[in-house]
Design a protein around this ligand. Sequence first.
Ligand code: PMP
Length: 440
Amino acid sequence: MVKSLEKLQTEFQKVTPKSFNEWNNNKKILPGGVIKGAYFSSPYPIYIEKAEGCKLFDIDGREYIDFSNHHTAMILGHSHPAVIQAVKDAVNNGLALSAPSILEGQIANEFIKRFPSIDQIRYTNSGTESSITAARMVRAITGKSKIAKFAGNYHGFNDSLEFNLAVTENVNSGSEYIKPTPAWDGMPEHGEKNIIILPMNDPETVEMIVRENQNQLAAIFFDGKPGILDIPIEFTQFLRRLTSELDILFVMDEVISFRSSHTGYQGISGVEPDISIFGKIVGGGMPVGAIGGTSKFMKILDNSGHPTGLSQSGTFAGNHVTLAAGLATMKNLTPKVYAHLDKLREQLHNGIINIFDDTNIPCKVVSKGSIVNAYITNKPITDFETIASSNQELWDRIMLSLLLRGIYARDGMGFVLSEPMREIDIQILLENLKDILDEK
Ligand code: PMP
């Protein structure tokens, strides 16, 4: 049953000597040997030479099926011809244009077509920048200082929101309130005074806390985590009703969940948020973030007449290469593509369940759209406490075993599907998974 970590790490080092050397040398000049914190580093990353379709090719000459999809961003796969052509055309016109291009209106229309909740859009450089701006927007619009977010939800490395990322630790005894806990050292002192942490999928407690704080609460930020958590859409609908009733803004984080359908998670849940934030797929592989909403709220960013008191900026925000890649991606991201991804997801979801059913290892599979997560536990995955209760040590060994067999799914987001995948790719994953569970 699944090789030991030591055995797997030794095998890994044997087949990836060039990646090991690269990382080892870079440790002197890059913290942790890597240029950013988000790369999976256990035991060390593989270095990629080329990415094409759903395949990655590393510097040791190995090939992988990419179930990580650059942190979920590359839904059309790598090097999609239309996206690459759009980028080439944009680059041929210059790298940064000193003024707007006509791509701005074109990409805005792609959002407006899909989302009834959006009639204006603003671009940023990342999901994080979008959530930072959205946090300022909701405070400026409402004149209220507090924001509520859900325990475990990540909205980028935003000082206003980066609290209680893992388990809902420190529930105060005798109270339903969850103690706000900054995720990291170095966050501003007293930041927790302006944040309220809500329990996921617990409408009674959420309602009690939100009603008690309605006069200070500017907004609730929410990510439904489709494919990661198993939360009924009724919970999202309840949040919309509650926030509408109490005049609290509802911000939906669609940075990942836009993957879940042609109209995002708001389409699936039938909910129109006041403000949506985006990232990842809307930049087609280039650095990106976006904020959308109706002009009622977006006008706070309109400083073309009288200053509103809130400005959003960024040297490279909405740069035309990003817009070109994003536009080509959104145009090619048709309902047909989502239907194809849905089919592959079902195949993978059912396949994992069948494999684990034949073992004595418990497993819960959660999936939606093009994301599939498996957890080594018996418990339904309805919040981050149940995720934390799954056997991470065993799962890490399974993932490293898959990596050794050419299946790349290394950034903690589960198995992320992309358009170039076919049934055979899912089958290869499943066959390897089955073998791994039987391995000595
Ligand atoms: N929101 C969610 C739900 C995310 O998953 C992420 C990043 N994984 C972000 C926001 C931040 O986006 P970025 O990494 O582009 O800053």
